[in-house]
Design a protein around this ligand. Structure first.
Ligand code: ADP
Length: 628
């Protein structure tokens, strides 16, 4: 018989398991029971439509057997079993390579021990066992096969005898080592406690022979061993238990086990409804996005159960895209078990449920925002982008649901504020809600326009994500106040008199500006004086709908082809000594004025974060001036 090699990453994972110093090795039992339970679910589900399965619903079970003599722990299920190929495929490679990717990434940065919580599945058996045998017969097959491995060197698969459908896993438990006690996994009390701790909600019975000393009848003081078959778990799914009977730890373990997270959830939403739709929902808001969250591969959805039986693993219709980060399940009393995916989409019950779920999720987020600001900010760092896309997508259809969930850092110490908080803090004279865009808060603070707005006592929202400005544009206004980019040419914080004076000044020097614009070329629409700059000599502002940031974002999107152009104006601080210099150059030396114009345009580009369009020309001009 040929020994097969594990696929390379499985081998690595296996090595990790064998040499694990992880203190909660006990979770292997949870993993194996969970696999067995899945196998039972699969066969049970088939039995609903296939009378040949021949197992009554109450006959599905998981058996545990302990044998101290041979140091073995057996886990038997009468579930769907595995074919020869399945044994090879499922146990020779890691099913959830995602968890492995995660582990690898983390190893590089910090050594987080995630084994216990991540659901590394079957391989966790090797934390406690040095010899693992899996004998399995798949439903519909007359043959059975034995998979066997003693560790990272490889595994074998060969035919074996097994008269019933299902799987038996036999673990040879490791010998005790210096400071490792493995005997505990051969102890009936310990095993029973572990089942209670991790697998209580499994809806199939987990049975084990339990031996206790009982008084011998009629003989006082004498005891004898009595063995009885006990069911170790209560079999009530967690979501069907009353809320006050569930500890946070139980919620956390359930979540981590079922949804492959290594963190506890940020929030748990658990409720039951009766009436129009009767169902239980147990939802979790994660702390961190899964590794594939912001990729195409990510599939949103909740598990859908019908009367305790899983009928769909990721029911997408239950969650709007903007809440796609939510994990959890819905167990409905009204859905038919055999409902098809197509029919589900049109199911009114489901639509009704989805509506309520959305409200509950929103409500929970609002509660978090109110009661636990720190946690909400963490949540927002992880998933805020999704909410902003939610505002922008579908032509702004969902903006009212989402607008009060947004938070932005602001010029107020870079602390987060909701739009409501911003609005409440606005001084009476302030007409708009101001925002500024840039790669980082620091770059935004260096924008020339920032000073003038701050000086007025107005707060600025700092937008550092590409989607931010698009989301605000979609909102258009908040509670009657329009959003305005501080780099928009319409930004005007001056009094009427000041405006008039500036207009006159601009009119007087119209020809000078035309000359300057000609020398810069069609990269800009106009040049003019402005009063909105305090310390800085120049800035770029945009006229019309497209800001410089939007130009960058739109053109970098797939299909974007640099066609979109912000309409830019080069604005010069009318109060800066430079203004006088330009005026005199216009009188005396038009050629140098042209060079100044180019240089100033380059400076303005630099400050806006866009970079100088022609660095060589720019630096030549600087040198020329320096040597003058
Ligand atoms: P996961 O359960 O997360 O998919 P595992 O490594 O635990 O990953 O298991 C890999 C696969 O092996 C499972 O997805 C399942 O298809 C199969 N499997 C494991 N245990 C059993 C079992 N007792 N009965 C049937 N199939 C099983």
């Amino acid at each position: 018989m040929r020994t097969k090699q594990f696929k390379s990453e499985s081998k690595k994972l296996m090595d990790m398991m064998i040499n694990s110093i992880y203190t909660h090795k006990e979770i292997f039992l949870r993993e194996l029971i969970s696999n067995a339970s899945d196998a039972l679910d699969k066969l049970y589900f088939m039995s609903l439509t296939d009378s040949n399965v021949g197992i009554a619903p109450d006959e599905f079970e998981i058996r545990l057997e302990l044998d101290k003599e041979s140091r073995t722990l057996k886990i038997t299920d009468n579930g769907c079993g595995m074919t020869e190929e399945e044994l090879d495929k499922n146990l020779g490679t890691i099913a959830k390579s995602g968890s492995f990717n995660f582990k690898q990434e983390n190893e590089k940065t910090e050594n987080v021990d995630i084994i216990g919580q991540f659901g590394v599945g079957f391989y966790s058996a090797f934390m406690v066992s040095d010899d693992v045998t899996v004998e399995s017969r798949a439903y519909g097959s007359s043959e059975a096969f034995r998979w066997h491995s003693e560790g990272a060197e490889g595994y074998t698969v060969e035919p074996c005898d097994k008269d019933s459908v299902g799987t038996v896993i036999t673990l040879h438990i490791k010998d005790n080592a210096e400071d490792e006690n493995y005997d505990e996994f051969l102890d009936q009390y310990r095993i029973s406690a572990l089942v209670k701790k991790y697998s209580d909600y499994i809806r199939h019975p987990i049975k084990m022979n339990f031996t206790t000393k009982q008084p011998v009848e009629g003989k006082e003081g004498e005891y004898e061993d009595k063995t009885e078959l006990r069911t170790l778990n209560s079999m009530v799914p967690l979501w069907k238990k009353a809320k006050n009977e569930i500890t946070n730890e139980e919620y956390g373990n359930f979540y981590k086990d079922k949804f492959y997270d290594y963190n506890d959830p940020a929030r748990v939403i658990h409720y039951k409804t009766e009436g129009q739709a009767t169902y239980n929902a147990l939802l979790f808001i994660p702390k961190q996005p899964p590794f594939d969250y912001y990729t195409k591969e990510f599939e949103k959805g909740l598990q859908l159960y019908s009367k305790g039986v899983l009928i769909m693993d990721k029911c997408a219709d239950l969650l709007p895209d903007y809440f796609s980060f939510v994990k959890g399940l819905v167990d409905s009393e009204d859905l038919s078990l055999n409902i098809s995916r197509e029919m589900l989409q049109h199911d009114n019950q489901l639509k009704l449920i989805a509506k309520t779920l959305e409200k509950k999720i929103k409500g929970e987020l609002e509660k978090m925002l109110k009661d636990d600001r720190e946690a909400y900010e963490e949540f927002f760092k992880a998933f805020g982008i999704q909410l902003k896309f939610g505002i922008y997508n579908d032509y702004g259809m969902h903006k009212d649901v989402l607008k009060d969930l947004l938070i932005f850092r602001t010029s107020n110490d870079k602390k987060y504020a909701t739009l409501k908080e911003y609005k409440e803090r606005m001084p009476e004279s302030q007409e708009n809600i101001y925002y500024a865009c840039g790669e980082t808060d620091e770059k935004i603070e260096m924008l020339p326009q920032t000073d003038a707005v701050k000086e007025k006592g107005y707060e600025i929202l700092y937008l550092t994500e590409n989607v931010d400005e698009f989301a605000l544009r979609m909102l258009m206004e908040y509670d009657g106040k329009k959003f305005m980019n501080i780099c928009d040419d319409a930004l005007n914080l001056d009094s009427e008199d000041e405006k008039k004076a500036l207009e006159t000044e601009n009119e007087n020097f119209k020809d000078m500006f035309t000359a300057m614009k000609e020398s810069i070329g069609d990269k800009i629409n106009a040049v003019r004086f402005t009063a909105k700059l305090k310390k800085h000599p120049v800035c770029l502002t945009s006229e019309g709908g497209i800001s410089l940031e939007m130009e960058k974002t739109l053109n970098s999107m797939p299909g974007g082809n640099d066609k979109i152009k912000a309409q830019l104006v080069l604005e010069i601080n009318a109060e800066h000594p430079l203004a006088e210099k330009l005026k005199s150059l216009y009188e005396e030396d038009k050629e140098t004025l042209g060079k100044y114009a180019k240089l100033l345009y380059g400076e303005a580009c630099l400050i806006s974060g866009a970079g100088v369009p022609d660095p060589v020309e720019h630096s030549n001009l600087v040198c020329e001036l320096m040597t003058k």
